[in-house]
Design a binder for this molecule. Sequence first.
Ligand code: SF4
Length: 164
Amino acid sequence: MLIALALACKPDLLIADEPTTALDATLQREVLQLIATLVREDGMALLLVSHDLGLMSENVQRTMVMYGGTVVDSGPTASVFRRLAHPYTRGLFAARPRIGLPRGTRLPTIPGRVPELVDLPAGCPFADRCDRVTDACRAAPPPPVPVAGDDDHVARCIHLEAAA
Ligand code: SF4
């Protein structure tokens, strides 16, 4: 209903924040097809916010992965999903449920907790949870670093080569 109301105004930009949460798979597919059709036919831009990696991979051209209030990985969706450049992106993918896993398989988790936005560490916001952390990571927030081989893809990590 809310989606229909938003679309009735024919906006230039639709911000869809977890638009299919709590919908069953069939309804989820129908809602996404409707949005995709309107984006295509009306030239509407779509900003999709989701924790569902499958949803993102099929519906957006560019992906930004956020952690601790910062975009830590950003680029064309195919590149972000293929390279898994940032350690947090890598952890998210490792933790996703997948068809075919043996029953009872425990999914990997990222140890530790997300920092409070009002109490972020001085350096990399992911430092307390990262298995590649060094002293340099804690010295200053990492700048965006180009991901080798992918124009237009950057990740905020000073040890990208270690993650390759
Ligand atoms: S900058 Fe350091 S702590 Fe931050 S993600 Fe990269 S390796 Fe991990």
